[in-house]
Design a protein around this ligand. Structure first.
Ligand code: NAD
Length: 360
């Protein structure tokens, strides 16, 4: 039975990945989820798997070398999928230190622990052990509004403390391959959306606020472009890269779905109107009058656009979920999980949100 060590599995993408993997492999795999449960980690995301004998949760900080080493000592780990990170750009602008700590030093701890567990006395590595670093398209910097894309060969040019810290973890992982032939891959993915996404990110924020008739904050002119990918497609890509990717290689993952932020907001408002039944009082609240332009994010990247040609050609992965379908599935999920949203928005996030927008 193959054993996976997933870091940050209580977060948005990590929890979707764990669900995806259990759906795909059932009881033929074992997953250990290590997460220190920051404001973004929520064990409710994994309620339906928590009692499975092949699932274990370990509450630990990835910067805690002793705790991570203990997991490797006590388990024969075959795959590491490293999601754990501070992930929100706005928070990194306010408080960069924790981003460097988790995203750089935490990644180093993970690399060192896996290397120590997997390395043989002659410097080679045990067979069939693999580490995957989940990186982001933001490491490449920003594109203009032209017809150009990020490729795996695009030089790094991160602009925010978040993307700079992710780029550092990314480069450390590549350095471990170049230096030690450490068995790893890196995936650089575009913006994800789907179930369990914390409502500080654009899509769940807009869904949640629109349903309550609250303002929909839009940075700058609203024309910043992101390439959106349904989270299950990302989970599938990660699994395919780990099983079919060439070690040491980076693979870009993207949705072929570039949209301006303001377009996303209009699509969500139209879809909510379409999906809410007649007579539902929330239908009255959902309106483009809620759109509120706010001061632009500092150093706001204009456009991200991924060319996922390599992963398609070498591995056969391509984005399967059309945006129209993915956004309906996401909205339906939020309709069915109002309690999840209430719980998440009643805690720390609420204080952060008030602070964030109080002067806007
Ligand atoms: P998230 O913020 O929802 O989840 C992060 C998880 O990591 C949380 O469960 C949190 O508790 C945990 N964590 C944070 N610091 C930790 C620490 N020191 N020790 C242990 N656990 C810790 O993030 P996400 O959106 O699910 O992103 C997951 C990964 O994917 C990140 O590495 C992110 O950079 C990358 N990524 C995200 C996107 C996106 O659109 N969300 C796109 C590309 C890449």
């Amino acid at each position: 039975m193959r054993t996976y060590l997933v870091t940050g599995g209580a977060g948005f993408i990590g929890s979707n990945y764990i669900h995806y993997m259990f759906r795909k492999y059932g009881d033929t795999i074992r997953i250990i989820n290590v997460d220190c449960l920051t404001y973004a980690g929520n064990l409710e995301n994994l309620k339906d798997v928590e009692n499975q004998p092949n699932y274990t949760f370990v509450k630990a900080d990835i910067c805690d070398s002793a705790a991570i080493t203990k997991i490797f000592d006590e388990n024969d780990i075959d795959r590491v999928v490293h999601f754990a990170a501070e992930s929100h750009v706005d928070r990194s602008i306010k408080n960069p230190e924790v981003f460097v700590k988790t995203n750089v030093l935490g990644t180093l701890v993970m690399l060192n622990a896996a290397k120590a567990a997997w390395e043989l006395p002659d410097g080679s590595f045990k067979e069939d052990k693999k580490f995957l670093y989940v990186s982001t398209d933001e490491v490449y910097g920003s594109l203009d509004d032209g017809d150009n894309y990020f490729y795996e060969t695009t030089p790094f040019s991160p602009h925010s403390p978040y993307s700079a810290s992710k780029a550092s973890g990314d480069m450390l992982t590549k350095a471990y391959f170049d230096t030690y032939k450490f068995p790893c891959n890196i995936t650089s993915c575009s913006n994800n959306y789907g179930p369990f996404q914390f409502p500080e990110k654009l899509i769940p924020l807009v869904i949640n606020n629109a349903l309550q008739g609250k303002p929909l904050p839009v940075y700058g002119d609203g024309k910043n472009v992101r390439d959106w990918l349904y989270v299950d497609d990302h989970a599938k890509a990660i699994d395919m890269v780990q099983e079919k990717g060439k070690l040491g290689e980076r693979y870009n993952i993207g949705g072929h779905n570039e949209k301006q932020n303001i377009q996303i907001i209009h699509i969500i408002l139209d879809t909510l109107q379409e999906m809410l039944p007649d007579g539902d009082p929330r239908k009255e609240l959902v309106s483009d009058k809620l759109i509120t332009y706010v001061t632009d994010r500092k150093g706001h990247d204009r456009r991200y656009a991924i060319a996922p040609d390599k992963i398609k050609a070498e591995i056969g992965w391509y984005p399967e979920t059309m945006f129209e379908e993915g956004i309906k599935k996401t909205i339906q999920w939020f309709f069915e999980h109002e309690d999840w949203m209430k719980n998440v928005t009643s805690g720390d996030y609420q204080k952060y949100y008030e602070e964030m927008y109080k002067n806007k």
